[in-house]
Design a protein. Structure first.
Length: 165
């Protein structure tokens, strides 16, 4: 199936930002539980349509992974089109793992956590155990076309792993 035809989770901006003001930057989970808003208001939209619909946000579960020594996992995305399918992010550095939430992610009733587990299994190999998975907040930006249609749901995963691939 073409990536553009996959049905992904979207949430109306009016549900996330009912005052019409789109918060820019980091929103602490302790101050505002947008996970609940997302889980109560999501629907599925064809990804190709969602990428250009600025009335919707695509929640992205995204995890920063740290080990018990305080080291953070980071990597540089591929820079050649043939190496990386999302050309808008090619060559950029990332300090976490995440991705779109798909219909297949509805396993436990928490599509946000389920999609995160799937992304971790697809993207990396930890050489150790996951000790904790903690939601810490949300990342929102309106500065470019990619950011305008996404909202990050940020987690911190603590592991006893010394390395990851």
């Amino acid at each position: 199936m073409n990536k553009s035809d996959i049905m992904i989770v979207t949430v109306p901006n009016t549900a996330l930002f009912p005052t019409g003001v789109h918060h820019e930057g980091f929103i602490p989970h302790a101050e505002q539980d947008l996970r609940k808003v997302i889980l109560d208001n999501f629907s599925y939209t064809r990804r190709g349509d969602a990428e250009v619909d600025f009335t919707l946000k695509q929640p992205i579960s995204y995890a920063v992974i740290r080990n018990t020594e305080g080291k953070i996992f980071a990597y540089q995305r591929g820079s050649k089109r043939s190496e990386f399918h999302e050309t808008r992010l090619a060559g950029k550095w990332a300090c976490g793992i995440g991705g779109h939430i798909e219909a297949e992610d509805e396993e436990t009733g928490d599509i946000l956590a389920d999609s995160l587990r799937r992304e971790l299994e697809e993207e990396i190999t930890l050489h150790g155990n996951i000790l904790t998975i903690e939601p810490i907040g949300y990342i929102n930006s309106e500065k470019d076309e990619v950011s305008k249609v996404h909202i990050g749901v940020l987690y911190v995963i603590t592991t006893d792993s010394k390395t990851a691939e």
